[in-house]
Design a protein around this ligand. Structure first.
Ligand SMILES: [Zn+2]
Length: 488
């Protein structure tokens, strides 16, 4: 049993003012993509499950880039040809694809990948996919694959299991244990992930309905994808996929039922933590009784494509004379270089941020003291093993009045305590920690005594009505609050 495997992950924000390059994906081709240092993600689940099931793997590519702007056309073409190159004489295909990748001139990259594989392999080779919960798939993708499953959690803590399920569905199909058939519905709703955390609220209740469906013997799998709302592409929304064993009518009926229930709850999706506009959020953080407050700068979240150079929260913190604060982080090569040139202990006056996302921010003039210069080396998870060593580029900590600003030479996402600790920073020693995040990642949430979300300007603004969508199909909730919709 020969199975083609691969993984391509990118969440492309069409409002982000720069392209994502091939280099950003750090692609591994062929056999090298199986030699992963980490076997914990969806692709790890796929590979391990298929190998355990006795399959011979035909590896293609494993490529993951931090969410950012649209993918350069040449990078998209290269990744697509890597998927197709050895796609012949195989019995099946199992891929992890994020599901929200857009390239220059290509609105639905994953659809193009799958379509090309289907054309090359013919109609009889089964294809299954594992997807992110923030995927935006289109009807044509459903027509070209045999089954797909998406993460059931946000923050994502079931990535491995999702890969495992996609691989199991393929093995079931290949061994004749099941004949997966899908039902699909798409709801016209731009829903930020911050209002769709899976463990609570309206999304929590919807995910309970998914779990109830999956506990039924006549349902193989059910997925609810809230999509990636920061993309101005026509065919976008919240997606339901139900997989049955050969019963197309049942799959579609259950997908429609779940989609109708979701639409009926559309006004109930809301933030799960306190959320305020910038100044109010800063004031709430300063007044909080807890020793440390995590204040998310949600409009400039690199986890969804943010530039990490919008200075709105920093400006407000300085205006409010907030003290004992760390801001993680602002991407500004020039400012970091000026700090390095001045040296540790020097006082510098310079403008930081506001150079990439010029629409939602401007450079902020500050005077501060260079506290630390780091080579950017960092052990993922804080475990000092060679394969966990990442270099994040020269990183500077600049103390401006009571605020320690982490300035980076590469765009970074602070997702776990070890990143702070690599700079000698204990986040819990600060009164306010400002990660550029929406909802906190699981490792940050685990240590956060109190979380506040600031609804801030930027390309990941949680108030989607503040962004200028030109191409999305209308009506689209909440751009059109009076929109009506029902499943086909
Ligand atoms: Zn996601």
């Amino acid at each position: 049993m020969k199975i083609l495997v691969g993984a391509i992950g990118h969440e492309s924000n069409t409002f982000t003012p720069f392209l994502t390059s091939l280099e950003d994906f750090r692609p591994r081709y062929g056999q090298a993509c199986l030699e992963m240092p980490r076997r914990h993600g969806a692709f790890g689940g796929i590979v391990t499950t298929l190998q355990t099931g006795g399959a011979e793997l035909v590896p293609t590519v494993s490529a993951h880039a931090m969410p950012g702007g649209k993918v350069a056309r040449s990078a998209y073409e290269k990744l697509k040809s890597a998927l197709l190159e050895n796609a012949r004489d195989v019995d099946g295909v199992c891929l992890f694809l994020h599901g929200a990748m857009r390239a220059e001139g290509v609105d639905y990259c994953e659809n193009e990948f799958v379509k090309a594989l289907r054309v090359q392999l013919g109609p009889d080779v089964p294809i299954t996919l594992a997807l992110d919960m923030h995927a935006n798939i289109v009807a044509e993708t459903i027509a070209n694959v045999d089954a797909l499953v998406a993460y059931h959690t946000a923050p994502h803590v079931d990535t491995y299991e999702t890969g495992q399920r996609a691989a199991e569905l393929l093995l079931d199909r290949l061994t004749g244990r099941a004949r997966p058939t899908m039902g699909f519905a798409k709801i016209p709703f731009l829903l930020p992930g911050e209002k769709a955390v899976s463990a609570a609220g309206a999304m929590g209740e919807m995910m309970q309905q998914v779990a109830d469906l999956e506990s039924r013997p006549d349902i193989l799998s059910a997925s609810l994808m809230n999509g990636h709302c920061w993309a101005d592409v026509p065919d976008i929304g919240v997606i339901v996929v139900v997989v049955t064993d050969g019963d197309a009518a049942l799959a579609q009926a259950e997908a429609n039922k779940l989609a109708a229930a979701f639409w009926a709850r559309r006004a109930d999706f809301d933030f799960r933590v306190e959320a305020y506009p910038v100044d109010q959020a800063v004031e709430a953080a300063m007044m909080a009784s807890e020793s440390t407050v995590f204040l998310s700068d949600s409009g400039d979240n690199p986890g969804a494509g943010g530039t990490t150079d919008v200075t709105a929260v920093l400006a407000s913190l300085l205006q409010h004379h907030a003290e004992n604060v760390v801001v993680a982080s602002i991407w500004d090569k020039d400012a970091a270089a000026a700090c390095v040139a001045a040296g540790v202990g020097s006082e510098v006056s310079l403008e930081i941020g506001g150079k990439l996302d010029t629409q939602h921010g401007k450079p902020l003039p500050v005077t501060g003291t260079v506290r630390l210069i780091s080579d950017g080396n960092y052990y993922w998870g804080g475990v000092r093993e060679p394969e966990r060593l990442f270099n994040r580029g020269t990183t500077v900590v600049l103390s401006v009045e009571g605020v320690d600003v982490i300035l980076t030479t590469e765009r970074q996402s602070y997702v776990e305590p070890a990143q702070f600790q690599s700079l000698g920073i204990d986040p819990l020693a600060y009164k306010i920690v400002v990660p550029k995040r929406g909802y906190l990642t699981a490792p940050l949430e685990a240590i956060s005594p109190h979380s506040i979300l600031a609804v801030t300007p930027g390309v990941t603004n949680c108030d989607v009505t503040q962004l200028s969508y030109q191409r999305v199909h209308r009506p689209m909730y909440p751009l059109d609050l009076d929109a009506t919709w029902e499943p086909d």
